[in-house]
Unconditional design. Structure first.
Lengths: 231, 176
């Protein structure tokens, strides 16, 4: 089975989505909430592509033989830029004080899209810090609600350590325990959920800033070449 | 060609962006061929002429910052938010999700000798939050970075003067 994206022909296997086929072929489509070990959920919408005049999340859209898809268009660039700016203003992403800076997929996407400002007014929400676990701090100021930790803990670790609480604009991720604290769950720093965050929510205790500025993953190369931090 | 006039100011910033500008070292001579520096901490001139470009470092944390930002908007043809704090609020904006009364009480009333919130008429009133510059005045261009590198600042100035779209090479675009 074959399809065409941005004028390039790509081989796909039965059951492939546009994103999985493109990833196998080494063709980069921006994404934040997708991880190869988990079923796609289509939360972040950054992987939107266009086919027959419709915008489709490439992580959820199955390839059909001969389909024509566009990803590198001006319209999609603008949409992805605006989505990324919305993710930045919705949380407290203060890169100069963040341990994950240089190793953050949201930041790397900003670099790739040429994001120079946040365009929208900042929300400056009040978000909690959870330092109850002996090996890990959770700083929800950076959370983009991709739900990768929730899904990894459920499906890869079989622990259900995280849950989405609240509704609508109040929706947020929290530890799944009676007091809402990570220290009261069976989560361990070696869990898949611990290393799957695309941004900087999960911070290991006792380590920090180990890689010098200028040598971090996305200092050295664009995310399309450097790959996902959580891969 | 007459030189362009450049004004610069540091509001709720740390002067790091100005230090980065000074990091141009000998390339400052090249920059001096292109621009005449008007009001700026580098010239210590406090009055302000009409300028071609105004660089604002830092966000707005108090009423004086707002006055200066508005003055820059009035006097400068192009206003540029330079550095992470001007663009997003930055490190000073870490206070933004804590109510101001709570912050002042923690700093000046609790567990201190001679408690009292400073209230001198000389002191500008604090704003409820630290605001990025574009939330206070219209901004024409932004240059992120904490600080933006000397090379990024030089390239930015050259692109502005050449009326080119601002575009930084990958290594010069960073948010930290």
């Amino acid at each position: 089975m074959r399809f065409v994206i941005d004028g390039m022909t790509i081989e796909a296997q039965a059951g492939d989505t546009i994103l999985t086929a493109c990833r196998r072929a080494g063709y980069y489509i921006p994404h934040l909430c997708f991880h190869g070990d988990l079923p796609a959920q289509g939360n972040c919408r950054l992987c939107l592509v266009e086919s027959k005049g419709r915008l489709l999340p490439s992580c959820l859209t199955k390839v059909t033989d001969g389909m024509e898809v566009a990803s590198a268009t001006e319209q999609l660039h603008t949409l992805r830029l605006r989505l990324t700016q919305m993710l930045f203003v919705e949380g407290n992403h203060i890169c100069p004080s963040c341990e994950a800076s240089g190793n953050c997929m949201l930041q790397a996407l900003g670099y790739r899209l040429g994001l120079l400002d946040n365009h929208y007014p900042q929300f400056f929400p009040r978000r909690p810090l959870d330092a109850s676990h002996p090996q890990m701090i959770l700083d929800f100021n950076r959370c983009i609600q991709c739900q990768l930790c929730v899904r990894a803990s459920d499906q890869l670790d079989q622990k259900h350590a995280f849950v989405v609480a609240g509704r609508g604009g109040e929706a947020h991720i929290t530890a799944s325990s009676s007091n809402g604290q990570l220290g009261s769950t069976s989560f361990a720093a070696t869990d898949h959920a611990a290393g799957i965050c695309p941004v900087g929510v999960f911070l290991g205790k006792g380590v920090g800033y180990v890689t010098p500025i200028g040598e971090r993953r996305y200092d050295r190369a664009d995310i399309a070449q450097a790959g996902d931090r959580n891969a | 060609m007459p030189k362009a006039r450049l004004a610069t100011v540091s509001l709720a910033g740390c002067f790091g962006c100005h230090m980065s500008l000074l990091d141009l070292d000998e390339a400052l001579f090249e920059l001096a061929e292109l621009v005449e520096v008007d009001r700026s901490p580098l010239t210590d001139i406090r009055t302000m002429n009409d300028c071609d470009i105004g660089f604002i470092e830092g966000g707005c944390a108090n009423e004086d910052n707002v006055h200066v930002a508005r003055l820059f908007r009035k006097k400068c043809r192009l206003v540029c938010a330079v550095g992470a704090c001007a663009v997003t609020g930055g490190i000073p904006a870490l206070r933004n999700n804590i109510p101001l009364a709570e912050l002042l009480a923690t700093s000046y009333l609790q567990d201190v000798v001679d408690p009292g919130i400073p209230n001198d008429p000389e002191l500008p009133m604090l704003l409820d939050k630290v605001y990025p510059i574009h939330e206070v005045i219209r901004v024409d261009h932004t240059l992120p970075g904490c600080p933006p590198s000397a090379q990024a600042i030089a390239l930015f100035v050259k692109q502005l003067l050449a009326h080119e779209p601002v575009s930084l090479p990958y290594k010069e675009l960073h948010y930290d």
